[in-house]
Design a protein around this ligand. Structure first.
Ligand code: GDG
Length: 465
């Protein structure tokens, strides 16, 4: 198998506290050699392209520092204030600034320039996510003829929303430099195709196959998974059990509803609190028998919309607790910090309900982690937003529209009343897919597509005819 060169904004190889993606990519890099390249997260006065090489747990990494202006315009700017809100359907929050677009282009040119000497002729190159859409094009301009793939971890927006971005067509066209473009779901892939058909001069030459200036590009719907077996084991570990016991004893017999999300407006936290408030109001007889624990470690604090959501949530949690709490019960435990993964696993297992209600999410790994952490003899119920990519793989979850407080309230009531038989049936169907399509499945599926050279589209059409 060819060596793999992974390129992503941040590099997180090695260490015990990694998420599933880092575990899988590290495993692939360890097995076949290769290198993981990206931004160090550090700022330098003047960009020099100096590469910091490291080897962590057998994985080679190469990182580069960026200038303050790059970080402002590329990372805090175009990536997090333009593309992230736009791709999550929030054009009300998206900021369109030429300086952001310019900084994004410049940073991607710098990444391409820096990684170039590390790529060997037989390598396959895999670029990750929205920070680096034009990177493939920049590598091609510099003569790289290797197979290059791109995977988008966030949704692809509907074309009429995307069209609000001034340079949308030019940006999307840069994706044609790749050999394979991966999305989590068919829905995101279809939205991409929609835009291409309406706005760009490319031919659709087969199912999920595009031809542009003599080059064939394969589109792939390939949902990311978690390191499911390891997560299951983690949920039974001693540290997880300690967390489980601690949480359970603090509940004094009440049922726990858990939410775990980066503090981000796409995760629907305000709507979730309002849905829970509705449940409290509509169900006076059972309301004191539940507690909502929302774990929400802050993220992207340099961006104003993230500061706003933080204070708005604090206000909401305060208001709901103020209105409903009693001497011995507080309805929401709002925790603004992160925990180690094994502690999270124990908390998931202690929760009767996993409340995963993003307004829009490429996939959502918390839904899968919650399911993997459950006790097979007494599994909890997953309440899942129909707008998360994960919904397409988890039809046995209780599906809700996160914009509807009433639907959320109904789902909580239904989950609390659900018989053990129904809980087990639903959980079994859901966990099976979580285990089968885990993160290694995702990696291998994408990689197979990337390694496989397309036949010329003319041949494909002939065969079909
Ligand atoms: C993007 C896409 C897509 C959360 N709090 C803590 C903690 N976490 C971990 C969770 C989970 C991860 O962070 C979050 O993953 P999500 O998938 O939910 O969301 P994003 O961060 O927005 O990720 C998303 C993903 O990329 C992969 O393609 O699914 O749609 O938006 O693993 O457990 N981890 C620890 N402590 C915490 O307090 N250790």
């Amino acid at each position: 198998m060819s060596r793999l060169v992974v390129i992503s904004n941040r590099v997180s190889a090695g260490g015990g506290a990694q998420g599933g993606l880092a575990v899988a990519l590290s495993a692939a890099l360890r097995a076949n050699g290769g290198i993981w390249f990206g931004w160090s997260g550090e700022v330098t006065e003047q960009f020099t392209g100096h590469i910091n090489f490291q080897r962590t747990d057998g994985v080679a990494t190469a990182t580069v520092d960026l200038e303050e202006q790059d970080v402002e315009e590329y990372y805090n700017g175009y990536a997090n204030r333009t593309l992230w809100p736009l791709f999550h359907y929030r054009i009300d929050l998206a900021e369109y600034e030429r300086s952001f677009a310019g900084g994004y282009e410049r940073a991607n040119q710098r990444f391409a320039e820096t990684v170039l000497p590390l790529i060997e002729p037989e390598d396959v190159v895999w670029v990750q996510d929205y920070h680096m859409i034009p990177l493939g094009r920049e590598l091609r301009k510099r003569g790289i003829a290797n197979r290059i793939g791109f995977f988008l971890h966030i949704p692809w927006p509907p074309r009429r929303l995307l069209a609000t971005l001034p340079e949308a067509a030019a940006l999307v066209e840069t994706l044609f430099a790749y050999d394979v473009i991966g999305f989590h779901t068919q829905e995101w892939l279809d939205s991409f195709l929609d835009f291409v058909k309406a706005e760009l001069d490319a031919e659709i030459v087969g199912e999920n196959l595009i031809r542009w200036q003599g080059h064939t590009i394969r589109l792939l719907a390939c949902p990311i998974g978690i390191d499911a077996r390891a997560f299951e084991d983690m949920a039974r570990s001693q540290k997880a059990r300690r967390a489980y016991e601690k949480v359970r004893s603090s509940l004094v017999g009440r049922s726990l509803i858990v939410g775990v999300d980066r503090l981000d407006y796409s995760k629907g936290l305000e709507e979730r609190f309002l849905g829970y408030e509705r449940f409290l109001e509509e169900n006076p007889e059972v309301r004191k028998s539940v507690v909502l624990m929302q774990i929400a470690p802050p993220s992207r604090g340099a961006v104003e919309s993230y500061q706003r959501i933080r204070s708005s949530l604090e206000g909401l949690a305060g208001r709901i607790n103020g209105a409903h709490a009693g001497l011995d019960w507080v309805p929401i435990r709002y925790v603004n910090q992160g925990y180690p993964r094994d502690v999270l696993a124990g908390v998931y297992r202690a929760a009767r309900i996993g409340l995963v209600t993003p307004l829009r999410d490429g996939m959502n790994l918390v839904a899968k982690e919650y399911v993997a952490a459950q006790d097979p003899e007494d599994p909890g119920v997953l309440i899942l937003s129909r707008f998360a990519g994960a919904a397409s793989q988890m039809p046995q979850a209780l599906m809700v529209n996160p914009y509807s407080a009433e639907e959320m309230s109904d789902a909580i009531r239904r989950a609390l009343a659900m018989s053990i038989h129904e809980r087990k049936e639903r959980w079994k169907a859901t966990v099976q897919d979580v285990l089968e399509r885990d993160v290694m499945w995702w990696l291998e599926t994408f990689r197979d597509a990337l390694e496989q050279k397309e036949s010329a589209p003319e041949e494909i059409l002939t065969i079909k005819a």
